[in-house]
Ligand binder design. Structure first.
Ligand SMILES: NC(=O)c1ccc[n+]([C@@H]2O[C@H](COP(=O)([O-])OP(=O)(O)OC[C@H]3O[C@@H](n4cnc5c(N)ncnc54)[C@H](OP(=O)(O)O)[C@@H]3O)[C@@H](O)[C@H]2O)c1
Length: 326
């Protein structure tokens, strides 16, 4: 599809990947409808988008509220008359051992990350069905392929988003809706405020586990998918290598990831007080929002890329050797 002149709805546009994607879409000439809970941050992103000569609309929305997502689609239709692209991206994380994750938080993560995407897909596909064309992008995670410890609800939600994509593509194929696409994006660790925003009952500060890619790397992948839709796209060399290795040897890769997450995603030095983070409401201390999370994405990616590419292979080889011996 042609991005210039199209109308794109982006959820989670107040920070991180959603914000970077909205700005990139505007730079390429798309009108954008921006959704998240932080109204002030959305207005700022909308103003930045307008500087590229496109129209933009900020619609404060809680994606876990089906009525609010319906209103979001209505506002987009009223203002622009159509919806060519719908990017389901708004999501929250949770860091805690399974038994220490409050059930209310568990449900909230699934409500935002799964039902929020379901509500978005319903609005988008209804409109795209009437138009006869359109693309839905669902931002999942490589965690949807290789689930991690201490993030059970988040890992479940990202696996569910991938399954949703497969189901929807099957239905579209049966309906011969050749010009309607549903694509799933699987990013690895990205330099955004995601880790500061999540609920945390682990007692340890949540960190972005290297290698860390920039939010713009995901935005570029999303724009490539709009030009040439594919069912699934993994972002970055490390992500692609991890997914490929997991399909080949799931057990050693899962064992390796568990150790990596325990060492690299939850700090052993910095404690963290138990907190629901911003899963129930926007982060008050971060009203303006930002694209990056202060994890120095580009530098850390370059520095760690080679190491991270070698480590899984070494770990897998060691695990296979161990298994053979036993
Ligand atoms: N960062 C990573 O390492 C990483 C890796 C793989 C996948 N991802 C995925 O990438 C996507 C974007 O995350 P990010 O890294 O950009 O994190 P982020 O900076 O925390 O962005 C999350 C966005 O979702 C919005 N949001 C959260 N709850 C919401 C709700 N109930 N209703 C509406 N909006 C809500 C937040 O804005 P408000 O607070 O203003 O609502 C924010 O704009 C998510 O799907 C995440 O799972 C991230």
């Amino acid at each position: 599809m042609k991005i210039r002149g199209s109308v794109a709805v982006v959820t989670g546009a107040s920070s991180g990947i959603g914000r970077a994607t909205a700005l990139r879409l505007a730079r390429r000439g798309a009108d954008v409808v921006l959704a998240a809970r932080r109204g002030e941050a959305l207005q700022e992103v909308a103003a930045q988008c307008r500087r590229h000569g496109v129209r933009s609309l900020a619609v404060p929305t809680d994606v876990a509220d089906e009525r609010a997502v319906r209103v979001l689609a209505e506002r987009a239709r009223e203002e622009f008359g159509r919806i060519d692209v719908w990017i389901n991206n708004a999501a929250v994380g949770s860091f805690a051992p399974f038994l220490q994750t409050p059930l209310a938080d568990f449900r909230r993560v699934l409500d935002v990350n799964v039902m929020g995407y379901v509500y978005g897909c319903r609005q988008a596909l209804e409109q795209m069905g009437a138009q006869g064309a359109g693309t839905v992008i669902n931002v999942a995670s490589i965690v949807g392929e290789v689930p991690q410890p201490y993030t059970a609800p988040y890992s479940m939600s990202k696996a569910a988003v991938r399954a949703l994509g497969v189901s929807l593509r099957s239905e579209l194929r049966l309906a011969r809706a050749r010009n309607i696409h549903v694509c799933t994006v699987l990013p690895p660790t990205i330099d955004t405020p995601f880790f500061q925003h999540g609920a945390n009952y682990s007692g340890r500060r949540a960190l972005a586990m290297p290698p860390v890619y920039t939010a713009d790397a995901v935005a570029r992948q999303i724009l490539r998918l709009l030009g040439r839709p594919r069912p699934e796209a993994v972002v970055g060399l490390i992500g692609r290598s991890l997914v490929a290795q997991h399909r080949l040897m799931p057990r050693p890769v899962e064992a390796f990831m568990a150790v990596q997450v325990d060492r690299g995603q939850l700090s052993r030095r910095e404690p963290a007080a138990p907190s629901p983070g911003s899963i129930y409401g926007p982060a008050a201390a971060d009203a303006a929002g930002s694209v990056d999370g202060g994890w120095h994405g580009r530098a850390r990616t370059v520095r760690r890329n080679t190491l991270a590419a070698l480590l899984p292979a070494a770990a897998v080889a060691a695990a296979v050797r161990r298994q053979r011996r036993s």
